[in-house]
Design a protein around this ligand. Structure first.
Ligand code: FES
Ligand SMILES: [Fe+2]
Length: 404
């Protein structure tokens, strides 16, 4: 059994409860820095290996102008490349998921790539002067790590250690959940856009203080036992147990009644919902019936895509399937409730009356997330908004001072 308490970081007695200054949620210049210092240089989960079980199966993953493609090769290996044709930059695969027969064919002029990314050939090769160097024009690889069946990508080198090291506090639970064998559920994921800065979504997500009021279903299901647990590397886990009372709301009542005991799981995971957060924008949710992960994918300073993917155990019983359906139903309501909260929080940052958060100890997870961001981009510590055109330079200056 995973002894999580030994990794728990304690909340100090006294701390700055204000949160990030309001300007950091609406500055396009800062958003530009977040692109390279927070997103492209941190691990992102792109899919699970079982999303692409066969040779030629592929999944796409887009992030802030970068386009990745993860594909299963002839040799069974999974590889990640930029989804960018070396001829004139077209997408080599179009869409979010698909399968190709033995090769990737660019839809623009028909350059053909092997599944290991090497260039097989171009249409009309004789029209390329002295010849086309096939060694030189393969798809560009992207740093990739497969951990517990999930495929993680990183577009730029960054401060996090390997995924295995970073997520080590979660390793025993993922293994207990048989994460490597998970199968995707139905159509892969859904996407929805929300009109807020990505940090406003995280701020709501990073604390359980709001559960009692904002999420009646969750409160009824597990509110009494909800706890946040903090780990190194910006990881934060929330866990809760259910089943000690029947529940009145339809989904909760039926879930508590129908969810079968999964006796293959260790006792601490059998009647529990666990949320495993990974900095900066990913959360894995494990319930006894299955697994989901979701990510806040920023689109612009005030638009964020919510990406969501779900998985189940192989050989799932009918009763487990029903319980999983009820989990999804509870989750759908929870997400809708959260979305409204993120909108209010984000718009408040533009109000003349807003003068910062005043966070409870139960919202220490918000502070930890902000601390990680301030560490990466010290300009975020400035309470008054710098001029947009000065933000980059101020940040560099402050980073140098901090390092010196
Ligand atoms: S852009 Fe791909 S073949 Fe021309
Ligand atoms: Fe919430």
């Amino acid at each position: 059994m995973n002894e999580l308490s030994s990794h728990t970081l304690r909340v100090p007695n006294d701390w700055d409860r204000r949160g990030l200054p309001a300007w950091t949620y609406h500055s396009a210049a800062l958003f530009d820095l977040e692109r390279t210092h927070v997103f492209l240089n941190h691990w992102q989960v792109a899919c699970h290996v079982n999303d692409i079980p066969h040779t030629g199966d592929w999944r796409a993953f887009d992030l802030l102008g970068e386009r990745a493609l993860v594909v299963r090769g002839q040799d069974g290996a999974v590889r990640a490349f930029h989804n960018l044709c070396r001829h004139r930059g077209a997408r080599v695969v179009d869409g979010m998921a698909g399968s190709c027969k033995g090769a990737l064919v660019c839809p623009f002029h028909g350059w053909v790539y092997n599944l290991d990314g090497t260039l097989r050939g171009a249409a009309r090769p004789e029209t390329f002067g002295t010849g086309l160097d096939r060694q030189k024009f393969g798809l560009k690889p992207i740093e990739m790590e497969i951990w517990q069946g999930f495929v993680f990508l990183r577009f730029l080198p960054g401060p996090q250690p390997s995924v295995a090291e970073c997520l080590q506090p979660y390793a025993a639970d993922f293994t207990d959940f048989r994460s490597e064998g998970l199968l995707p559920v139905g159509q892969h994921g859904y996407w929805g856009q929300t009109p807020v800065n990505w940090k406003s979504v995280c701020d709501v997500d990073n604390e359980g203080y709001h559960v009692a009021l904002a999420h009646p279903s969750l409160q009824e299901l597990y509110g009494r036992s909800y706890t946040d647990v903090f780990h190194p590397n910006g990881l934060s886990q929330s866990k809760a147990t259910y089943g000690d009372r029947p529940g009145r709301l339809w989904s909760v009542r039926n879930y508590v009644k129908l969810s079968p005991l999964q006796d293959w799981l260790p006792p601490h995971l059998q009647r529990a919902w666990n949320y495993y957060g990974m900095f900066p924008n990913t959360v894995f949710i494990f319930t006894p019936e299955g697994v989901q992960y979701y990510q806040e994918i920023p689109i612009s300073v005030n638009e964020t895509w919510m990406s969501f993917c779900a998985y189940r155990q192989p050989n799932e019983s009918r009763q487990t399937r029903i319980a999983r359906y009820l989990v999804a139903r509870i989750d759908r309501h929870t997400s809708a409730e959260d979305q409204q909260l993120t909108i209010w929080s984000n718009e408040s940052m533009k109000s003349l009356a807003f003068d910062g958060f005043h966070l409870s100890d139960l919202e220490y997870g918000v502070r930890r997330h902000h601390d990680k961001l301030r560490q990466l981009l010290p300009v975020m510590t400035l309470q008054s908004p710098p001029r947009e055109e000065e933000i980059r330079a101020r940040n560099e200056e402050m980073a140098c001072q901090g390092a010196g």
